[in-house]
Design a protein around this ligand. Sequence first.
Ligand code: NDP
Length: 322
Amino acid sequence: MSEKIERIKCLIIGSGPAGYTAAIYAARADMKPVMYTGMEPGGQLTTTTEVDNFPGYPEGIDGPTMMLQLQSQAERFGTEVRMGMVTSVEFSEQHGGIHKAVVDNETTIEAETVIISTGATAKYLGLPSEQRLRGGGVSACAVCDGFFYKGQEVAIVGGGDTAAEEGTYLANICKKVTMLVRKGEMRASKAMQHRVENTPNLEVKYFTEIDEVLGEQVVEGIRMVNNQTGEKEEIEVTGLFIAIGHKPNTDIFKGQLDMDDTGYIITKGKSTKTNKPGVFASGDVQDKEYRQAVTAAGTGCMAALDAERYLASVESKEEVEA
Ligand code: NDP
């Protein structure tokens, strides 16, 4: 049961690039945002090493440093960044209504606006050798890390649109890409499958799974297993990309916000508005397609602007068009 109650203008849930960018804009707009960081302060980027594709860092920057800089920037304008996990929410249906969020099962925050930026978590296979070599050649983001394997041989696991897109992306950079699909067919759209088939240095192995990732400190190869025959085969690769889907971190919002079948929050048109007035969603929690730090930051900015306009409309007692 929660004991303490606090009333604020803007609550930001989650501390990745979307959350911090929302915080920078909301703080500069004098909304005095309070951010709860969640279990992984800084979000997915804190598990990456070098970030080379965020504009403004010509030499690249490591993920954790970038997130600390974003935090300082948000705090400079008055964002209050707090460690803590939002454990339940109760969103109002009313324009101008008050939304409730319980933090760590003990503090209740009453907020006029809420910006959700809880992100998504990449799925992994769960093999101990895969987990040990995360950051040492095992990655869940080809667009982020593919460049480090330029001219080398890599493998990718998955048969959906992400694997197909990332596989062809990697084939442009790398000498050879081996794609492991556990069934006898890919789940990806026909158009994406054609792209895969027409990429000469991309070899698809059907009915194939990873038995073990080889290497002590860094990936040196993989042992594959054919799940029909049990036959095993080893190949040398320096990178292994896992593209078997993401899980959006939306469990606590289920039943309150409109979501798609996978649990991504649905936002209205080009805005960050959810189906609840005053509740906005930004970053990977509402985007299964682009999933980049810079696109997350962009939607974080949009969420703060949407929240600011919403508050203005409440103050002037004008009903904005939903
Ligand atoms: P999907 O869930 O569509 O596909 C996941 C793939 O990974 C499937 O081939 C699945 O195999 C495989 N897989 C799952 N678990 C394992 C495992 N443990 N071992 C081996 N293989 C596994 O995820 P995506 O990320 O590809 O796509 C998510 C959504 O985003 C989809 O709706 C997709 O269409 C969309 N998307 C669209 C894009 C675009 O339009 N440009 C780009 C990227 C994504 P199986 O089929 O056997 O279950």
